[in-house]
Design a protein around this ligand. Structure first.
Ligand code: BGC
Length: 738
């Protein structure tokens, strides 16, 4: 029976991605079969069970009942148990005290760094630099694996068009094309080319599927959308990460089409396995199996276990229902033992591929841990990534960069001399003491400038007691730098906001400081786009820095004082107000696109349709000019390609980087198509006066979509081509697909 099962998988998967198939033809098959033959049903259910470790002041500490489960071989995997010494003891129990000695997987959410923290994912996406992003993932994998973690609940590839949703900070923004490239880059960084390398770990693509589309931006809320939008916009990044070889996938909390993802055979079997050929394992999200009771799709715990199992979720995170009910469900014949073996086989397979059976302690070496944590290369790369993530939103009168010779700056705001909040959301193991604050960064970069620092206010409430001191600091300084925005808990999980303006009374403080008449630079730090209309109208310079991690202050100071020229481009639209949400660049045209002269066209009475800052937007201290958009042909067949070229010139005074962006529009389709879709980009560096011809290739691939016939293909007709510095300022041409 078991041999048949392996054979079946080989047959089913032939023709799929070779990397994904690798495990099937692996040398572990007979070992796995041998192990399965010796395991009890309870032990098998244990391999499909994942529990978290709690934390006390002294470090991780597993609950007593989980400790009992572990000793009985009924808890095969743990997370949050990092630190080598503690994880080593747990691994020793698994290997030496359980009947079969099967080693544990140790998971953790290493979302944008382990102890050394890099920019939040939304920030790093704004680099548009896949090399930087892949290297960041490589480095945090290196640091986390040195501390015992061999499974990373990352990458997060949820497309999101609603900045009210706090978890927008964890992924790459609104675009399917860029989001897919970034998801794949992170898988490569986390897993490397060889899972048995002690510096690589298992990746876990999440949250599958469409978690970023929760209604009204409220976390854990309902998701409902057409299958077309699902397949065109939300699914491709998960698929790209799976195609890049991701070993595991996490089911999302939300329902989709009326069924919680954790119980959705459509998502887990039909799409993930049958259509995409995924052959790793799926883990539920935290208590996701249990939550199906509250969703109202099952009546009780046992039914929840049965539904999740049958849907294709191999591992139960934290509910404990698989361990509790699978043996019973098997004895009752509701689940077959061969299905159980299939699931357990996948988990064991990955434990073999990591090399845990050869050496269960390979990630648990305290010498390696102490030699690796906070390595110089982590700081250096963290600084590079942080600098490239910064987006310059406004720079009236070239207020920036500031001269290092100005006598004084007022440095005001709750993020100016702050360490912890600069780490951003999900910094799990990140160490605040290591953070370079903005104040320290300015002291490093512009040591002759006197800093008049005042916190001024906090992130909540309306306490104005610090305002006067801040105003007086502004009055006696030449320039004001305001470090304002969100603290690390105001974005991320369970941190949705219905008003995404500056929290607390920071806006009032900003207005009071602006009223002094001093030139003001805002350094905006947040985990999401904020509604900053007043700021945009009244403040001359705005640097959007997100939460940049350990090297934040250094990166920002280098940018403020001109040692770094900002080049980040937004991967998420900044709305003017919450009422415009969802607002995104690749929208549909509608039958009544806005026309000022016609009342009965699509618009608001009280706000423009345009965003405050569009997708792809970001300024530089220098200026780039675009000219000579040229297509190599004005028509092509599906087997041909068209070269699109444009000349970009640095017409300003600074060396700078520019992300040259290519968009297309399919003018007529069997279903309506977006007004613009990103299909390529190149990041270039130009000295003042220098020009470069940038060339893109359009093939049939870039023109495909999910057609009316439910096929992923292109359709003949006319296409517009746009090339420019963001999604709205573009040169334009067209061609025909024959
Ligand atoms: C989050 C996941 C995370 C898990 C384990 C859940 O609350 O949704 O993203 O991986 O916790 O920490």
């Amino acid at each position: 029976m078991r041999t048949y099962f392996f054979l079946l998988i080989v047959i089913l998967l032939s023709g799929c991605d070779p990397q994904a198939n690798e495990s099937i033809t692996s040398p572990y098959q007979s070992k796995i079969e041998d192990l399965l033959a010796r395991m009890t049903i309870e032990e098998k259910a244990g391999q499909l069970t994942l529990y978290t470790s709690g934390w006390t002041v002294t470090g991780p500490a597993l609950r007593d009942d989980y400790m009992d489960e572990l000793r009985a071989g009924r808890a095969g995997n743990l997370f949050n148990a990092h630190t080598v010494s503690y994880a080593r003891e747990l691994q020793r129990i698994a290997v030496e005290e359980t009947r079969l000695g099967i080693p544990l997987l140790f998971g953790l959410d290493v979302i944008h760094g382990y102890k050394t923290t890099y920019p939040i994912p939304l920030a790093e996406a704004c680099t548009w630099d896949l090399n930087i992003i892949e290297k960041t993932a490589r480095l945090y994998a290196k640091e986390a694996t040195s501390a015992g973690v061999n499974w990373n609940f990352n990458p997060v590839v949820d497309i999101c068009r609603d900045p009210r949703w706090g978890r927008i900070a964890e992924a790459s923004g609104e675009d399917v094309y860029l989001g897919s490239l970034i998801g794949a880059a992170k898988v490569r960084g986390i897993q490397g080319d060889d899972l048995s390398d002690p510096e690589t770990m298992l990746a876990c693509v999440k949250h599958y599927a469409a978690y970023g589309a929760s209604q009204a931006g409220r976390d854990y809320h309902t998701v409902d959308m057409s299958d077309r939008t699902l397949r065109d916009t939300y699914l491709p990044p998960y698929r790209a990460a799976v195609d890049a070889g991701a070993a595991t996938v996490m089911a999302s909390f939300n329902e989709l089409h009326g069924v919680p993802a954790t119980g959705s055979e459509y998502l887990m079997k039909q799409i993930l396995r049958d259509e995409w050929g995924f052959n790793g394992f799926v883990v539920s999200d935290y208590t996701g199996v249990m939550e199906m009771i509250k969703h109202g799709i099952v009546e009780n715990e046992k039914q929840a276990a049965e539904l999740a199992f049958k849907a294709g979720v191999e591992m139960d995170m934290q509910s404990g229902f698989y361990s509790k009910y699978l043996p019973e469900l098997i004895r009752e014949g509701k689940i077959s033992e061969s299905a159980l073996d299939e699931y357990v086989g996948k988990v064991l397979e990955l434990k073999y591929r990591l090399g845990l059976f050869d050496d269960p302690y390979k990630y648990l070496d305290s010498v390696r841990e102490s030699e690796t944590l906070f390595s110089r290369e982590f700081f250096d790369h963290g600084l590079l990534s942080a600098k490239e993530s910064i987006v310059l939103l406004k720079n009236e009168g070239q207020l920036l960069p500031l001269s290092k010779n100005i006598p004084s700056v007022a440095l005001i705001g709750p993020l100016a001399d702050n360490k912890k909040d600069l780490l951003g959301t999900w910094h799990v193991a990140g160490i605040a003491e290591k953070v370079v604050t903005l104040k320290a960064g300015i002291e490093n970069v512009a040591s002759n400038v006197r800093i008049n620092y005042v916190r001024g206010t906090g992130f909540e409430g309306n306490d104005r007691s610090g305002f006067n001191e801040a105003i007086s600091a502004a009055r006696r300084s030449d320039v004001v730098i305001m470090a304002i925005g969100e603290n690390y808990q105001q974005s991320g999980e369970a941190a949705s906001r219905s008003d995404i303006g500056l929290p607390g009374n920071q806006s009032q403080l900003l207005e009071a400081i602006a009223a002094t008449g001093k030139p003001v630079v805002v350094v905006l730090m947040a985990g999401r786009p904020l509604t900053i209309g007043w700021m945009d109208e009244n403040i001359p310079a705005i640097l959007n820095t997100w939460h940049l991690g350990t090297m934040a202050g250094q990166a920002i100071a280098e940018t403020l004082f001109g040692d770094n020229n900002p080049s980040g481009k937004l991967t998420i639209t900044f709305p003017r107000n919450v009422g415009q949400i969802p607002i995104y660049y690749n929208m549909k045209n509608t039958g009544r696109p806005f026309n000022e002269a016609d009342k009965y066209t699509s618009k608001y009475l009280d706000v423009s349709n345009e965003p405050l800052y569009p997708f792809g937007y970001g300024l530089s201290y220098t200026a780039f000019e675009y000219a000579d958009l040229n297509l190599s042909a004005d028509r092509m067949t599906k087997n041909e390609q068209i070269e699109v070229s444009v000349t970009v010139t640095n017409s300003g005074d600074f060396t700078g980087e520019e992300v040259v962006q290519l968009y297309i529009r399919d003018l007529v389709g069997s279903v309506t198509r977006p007004v613009r879709e990103l299909k390529g980009y190149e990041k270039i560096r130009l000295n003042p006066g220098e020009s470069k011809v940038v060339t893109f290739t359009i093939t049939n691939e870039e023109l495909k979509f999910y057609t009316f016939e439910k096929k992923w293909e292109s359709e003949p007709g006319f296409f517009q081509v746009f090339v420019g510095t963001n999604s709205t300022e573009v040169l334009e041409s067209r061609f025909e697909l024959l």
